[in-house]
Design a protein around this ligand. Structure first.
Ligand code: AMP
Length: 133
């Protein structure tokens, strides 16, 4: 079964496309979490970011940077959220690499980050060792 983004890529369902090249394209999200919420989507299907080659993720981040600059310029955004939901546990609904870019404004009251949690004694140091790369 093709992903919804393959159908958009192939022109089988409509979208509002703001950018396209050989590697990726960018569209307005159909259910915007902020006005101007954009998705930068790989042309090839990679279920998660770790599945995609460096050239693809690197290139997509360059497009994210252009969109960030554009949102600041034409929407007067004060900032952006750049988000990848990576696997269903993180909230990813479409298993096809895409980067959310949301324009943000001082005092807009939106929130995109889980609430702060606390570590048990010693837990942060254990994680430090486990997570070193
Ligand atoms: P995620 O939960 O990170 O996989 O995000 C998938 C995103 O795709 C959601 O924000 C949806 O609103 C968006 N989406 C799903 N179908 C479409 C569509 N046909 N056109 C534009 N955006 C879509």
């Amino acid at each position: 079964m093709p992903t919804v983004f393959e159908l958009i890529r192939d022109g089988e369902i409509p979208s509002r496309k703001i950018y396209e090249d050989d590697v990726c394209f960018a569209i307005l999200d159909i259910s915007p979490r902020a006005k101007g919420h954009t998705l930068v989507i790989s042309k090839e299907v990679y279920p998660t970011v770790a599945d995609a080659p460096e050239e693809v993720t690197g290139h997509m981040m360059e497009i994210v940077k252009k969109i960030d600059r554009k949102m600041r310029k034409v929407l007067n955004a004060d900032g952006t959220n750049v988000i990848i939901n990576n696997s269903p546990a993180s909230g990813q609904e479409v298993p096809h690499l895409h980067i959310h870019v949301l324009p943000r404004f001082n005092g807009d009251g939106l929130s995109f980050f889980p609430p702060v949690q606390s570590y048990e004694d010693g837990e942060a140091d254990k994680l430090l060792e486990l997570l070193k790369i």
